[in-house]
Ligand binder design. Sequence first.
Ligand SMILES: Cc1cc2nc3c(=O)[nH]c(=O)nc-3n(C[C@H](O)[C@H](O)[C@H](O)COP(=O)(O)OP(=O)(O)OC[C@H]3O[C@@H](n4cnc5c(N)ncnc54)[C@H](O)[C@@H]3O)c2cc1C
Length: 337
Amino acid sequence: MDAKTGIASAALGVVVGVAIATLAATSLRKLRCNEKKKVKQPCASVQKPSPSTACSSFAEGKKCLLKDPTTKHEIRFVKKKALTPDTKVFRFKLPNSDEILGCPVGKYVIFTAIIDGQVRTRPYTPISQVTEKGYVEFVIKIYYPNADFPRGGIFSQYLDSLKKDDLVSINGPQGMFEYGGEGRVIAAVSGESSSTGQKMRETRYSCLGMVTGGSGITPMYQIIKAVLTNPKDTTKIVLLYTSRDDKNIILKRELDTFQERYDDRFTVHYVVNNAAKDSTLIEGPITEDLIKEKMPAAADDVAAFISGPPEMVNFVCVPGIDGAGYHQDHTYIFWYR
Ligand SMILES: Cc1cc2nc3c(=O)[nH]c(=O)nc-3n(C[C@H](O)[C@H](O)[C@H](O)COP(=O)(O)OP(=O)(O)OC[C@H]3O[C@@H](n4cnc5c(N)ncnc54)[C@H](O)[C@@H]3O)c2cc1C
């Protein structure tokens, strides 16, 4: 498969891709990931045996709900809290209080529900710590009806209508790669899912450059949290995050707190398409040039992570990261659709 078109994900046609090529550079950034001299292949890709399924790579003896990617489990809706005008944190209880979900950092689960008599499925990315017992949280954007979309989003509105103690069905984990801690990215070779026990490639990075937009922040946030809250993890992160306007920046408070607390390791650049008059943020739209300017300089120990709406991913992020010189082996795309 063409690296730039991504990789077809197994069960539900969720397309995740790995992209990019060639050389280039970057310019001024607050956080510099490449202060050390660039060394050829400092963290070269290492072929490793499959980390097998679900919990094994991070749970160490913990009891997991998700043991194989296709089995469905019911989780119970507990509560939700608004983050922005159309985004909420949803909290669900796992069947047993002594078990963890079993979804590695960077992966997602599939929700299934019967809505208006039809079986519907959608992927969502947990944002709670992977070691959290008894519950799981998701940040979900609700697509409310508007003039352009009179029905709005089917599944997100269904989730928004859940009452306390309602059950929803999930299965997983799904996804092409996971963040294994201390800079390690574990990716399936040849586009196969790691959940199938396929051959894996593990690469260690000292820096992650992330480009994302809207609810595409969820996998990035989970990785950022995993990196920064692990005292053994010294990986640096630069996040370029685009939103509709100043009020619709999902998880901004949490990201700002991370930046204050870990300013030597984490930098976030917010880009807003309709900036408020007094906005101090970068005025959008996000462009290839902005990506080249803000991303860490490409190197073998620097990875590019991309997620967001497909138009942004395809027409801005991929060309931008490509132009910044990231090699396809070091570029990981969560393809939202
Ligand atoms: C791997 C992966 C992980 C994901 N993780 C998350 C996550 O953690 N959190 C999250 O919120 N989403 C996530 N998504 C997106 C999610 O799966 C759904 O696509 C999303 O919730 C929309 O589903 P829906 O059924 O509500 O909309 P649909 O009914 O599928 O609507 C289809 C499309 O219509 C358009 N639309 C409808 N109403 C509006 C509106 N009011 N304004 C603008 N456009 C509109 C949108 O383009 C929308 O995507 C993820 C997607 C992928 C592929």
